[in-house]
Design a protein around this ligand. Structure first.
Ligand code: PGA
Length: 253
């Protein structure tokens, strides 16, 4: 963590919690976030957004969505636009999560369009990048990460990079209980920052919050967050337990 950058602790609830359950969990999370020095975000299912925005209103917790469509409106059955999210009071949106890339045919090209639509609406994208186990074992992790960063952020101006959050999520560590070591996570977060420096210049690169995601939990958070290029976490499983999520927020403080 670097004190010049915003530390972001974001929960990714994935396809969990009905609106009533979401309200109950969020009410448990609020006290843990009260007075936190870091930015606390909960990225909830679409149907939970209204209740989450209401309950979190006036608190220290920001609400995020988990996906967005890149078109402003139109005949795109089942999709949700950035303007719809903005009107609800959504501040963040996860873009390009590996589960969307794997199960819903998300490509770097559509991710790039979604980043642009999100920034246009004044919402902060949390851009997810990460390599598979096969890519790591084949020694092409760095190429994979650099390619994702280059294509996904191709339409972003250097001046807007301060409004983008990036999450490094090795696919082999997501939901597996197998966390990247703090050295592995730091190595890739630094690689991402070096790539941002090439593309947008040193000042812009130094200002971007880069999160680690992949089985971050109450036990390993402090060590991961102590790395110089890791500015927070994107947390799946452990964000569904208010006590564990609270411990991760405390570790970030
Ligand atoms: P996990 O999920 O913490 O359950 O591994 C992280 C994510 O997919 O964002």
């Amino acid at each position: 963590m670097n004190s010049n950058r915003k530390t972001v602790i974001a929960g990714n609830w994935k396809m969990n919690k009905t609106p009533k359950e979401a309200e109950a969990l969020l009410r448990e999370v609020l006290p843990a976030a009260d007075g936190a020095a870091c930015e606390v975000v909960v990225c909830v299912p679409y149907v939970d957004l209204p209740v989450a925005c209401n309950v979190a209103g006036g608190s220290n917790v920001k609400v995020g969505a988990q996906n967005v469509h890149f078109k402003p409106s139109g005949a795109y059955t089942g999709e949700i636009s950035a303007a719809m999210l903005q009107e609800l009071g959504v501040s963040y949106v996860v873009v390009g999560h590996s589960e969307r890339r794997e199960y819903f045919a998300e490509t770097d090209a559509t991710v790039a369009l979604k980043i642009a639509a999100t920034l246009d609406a004044g919402i902060t994208p949390i851009l997810c990048v990460g390599e598979s186990l096969a890519e790591r074992e084949q020694g092409i992790m760095a190429e994979r990460i650099r390619t994702q960063i280059k294509i996904d952020l191709a339409g972003v101006a250097a001046a807007d990079m301060g409004k983008v959050v990036i999450a490094y999520e090795p696919i082999w560590a997501i939901g597996t209980g197998k966390t990247a070591t703090s050295e592995q996570a730091q190595e890739v977060c630094k690689l991402i920052r070096d790539t941002l420096c090439e593309l947008f210049g040193a000042d812009a690169a130094q200002g971007v919050s880069i999160l680690y995601g992949g089985s971050m939990n109450a036990k390993n958070a402090a060590e991961l967050l102590a790395q110089p290029d890791i500015d927070g976490g994107l947390i799946g499983g452990a964000s569904l337990k208010a006590e564990d999520f609270g411990k991760i927020i405390a570790a970030a403080n």
